[in-house]
Design a protein around this ligand. Structure first.
Ligand SMILES: [Zn+2]
Ligand SMILES: [Zn+2]
Length: 147
């Protein structure tokens, strides 16, 4: 996991470099995304900071996330039901493990990933640019019946 403080700095630089203002809302959203604990949804980010910014709408949070995504600073994990989640700590594609009971999402450290990419490239003769690799299961807490 990248240092959340360094990630926030990198996001700020990217915003400034592309001519965007660093508003307090934008900074608060960037901080949560840089930490990315559990890969939050737009709603989860909104819930966390709406107390500090009572006039801010859910749409504002969404627009800011889209902006950071367009700058390559946030990775979007899309799901067919539209419950998208976001990772601003590691904005480049990486595998995820998703709990189907509580919705927790974590980043596994896979030593075999590079090998897997080479194997896919070899097998298909594609030049691999990105990947989407999700594992679904039941997390430790849910297995223990804690929630
Ligand atoms: Zn769980
Ligand atoms: Zn992730």
């Amino acid at each position: 996991m990248a240092d959340p403080k360094e990630r926030v700095q990198s996001i700020i630089q990217k915003l400034k470099g592309s001519g965007h203002k660093i508003t307090p809302q934008r900074l608060a959203i960037a901080k949560i995304l840089a930490d990315s604990k559990g890969h939050p949804s737009v709603e989860a980010i909104y819930d966390q900071i709406s107390g500090d910014f009572p006039t801010m709408s859910l749409a504002t949070v969404y627009r800011n996330i889209l902006l950071l995504k367009s700058l390559g600073e946030v990775l979007e994990l899309g799901f067919p039901d539209g419950s998208n989640r976001y990772d601003g700590n590691r904005p480049i594609p990486h595998p995820h493990v998703i709990c189907i009971q509580c919705g927790k999402i974590v980043d596994p450290d896979l030593e075999s990933l590079e090998e897997m990419k080479a194997e896919v490239a070899n097998d298909t003769r594609f030049t691999i640019l990105a990947h989407r690799l999700d594992f679904f299961g039941i997390c430790h807490q849910c297995q223990a019946g804690e929630k």
